[in-house]
Design a protein around this ligand. Structure first.
Ligand SMILES: [Zn+2]
Length: 159
C-alpha cells in the first residue's frame, strides 16, 4: 500500500482514522504472529505514519525466515484483517476486496512462489490458524504498533 493512497483506501473502507490505523496494524501483526508460529525470526515490525496521519507498514524478518516453509506468513496479514473485521462486525465483501487490493504485494509474491490454488488455500488456512490460535496476542501487537509505531523482536515477545 503506498502512503499517497492511504486516505483513499480509508475512505473506500468507510473507516475513521482509528479504525483504519488498527486495520493496517493488525495486518502487520498477522505477518508477525505467523512468522513466530513457524519458528521464524523477526527483526522488527513497524507501521509508518504518513503526513496525513495515516499508516503503512512492514515486517522485517531474518534471512533464515525466507523459506518455502514460511509461505503461510504471506497470507497472514490478509487473514488477520479478515478475522478482525469479522470480530468487530465490520466485515463486508467490498472491504474484503479492498483488503486484497491493498495486499497486492503479498499476493504477487504468493503467485510467484506458490501459483497452485490448492497450495494457496492450504497456506491461507494455516495462516488463519496461527492468527486465531494467538488472537489476543495478535491484537496486543496491533495495539502496541498503533501506540509505538515500531516494535523490536524483544518487545513483541514480551506482549
Ligand atoms: Zn502484508
Amino acid at each position: 500500500m503506498t502512503r499517497a493512497s492511504s486516505n483513499d483506501v480509508r475512505k473506500a473502507l468507510g473507516f475513521d482514522t482509528t479504525q483504519y490505523n488498527f486495520w493496517c496494524a493488525v495486518h502487520e501483526a498477522g505477518h508477525t504472529i505467523s512468522t513466530l508460529a513457524l519458528g521464524g525470526h523477526i527483526r522488527y515490525v513497524e507501521i509508518r505514519r504518513g503526513p496525513d496521519g495515516l499508516v503503512d507498514g512492514g515486517v522485517s524478518v531474518d534471512r533464515r525466515s525466507h523459506d518455502v516453509r514460511f509461505l503461510p506468513v504471506l497470507h497472514a496479514g490478509i487473514e488477520a484483517q479478515q478475522v478482525w473485521m469479522e470480530q468487530t462486525h465490520l466485515w463486508t465483501p467490498r472491504r474484503m476486496d479492498i483488503v486484497r487490493a491493498s495486499s497486492r504485494h503479498d499476493l504477487e509474491v504468493i503467485e510467484r512462489l506458490a501459483p497452485a490454488s490448492a497450495q494457496q488455500e492450504k497456506n491461507a488456512a494455516h495462516a488463519r490458524q496461527h492468527v486465531t490460535q494467538k488472537w489476543k496476542k495478535t491484537l496486543r501487537i496491533a495495539a502496541a504498533l498503533v501506540e509505538h509505531g515500531r516494535l523490536s523482536a524483544r518487545a513483541v515477545r514480551r506482549l
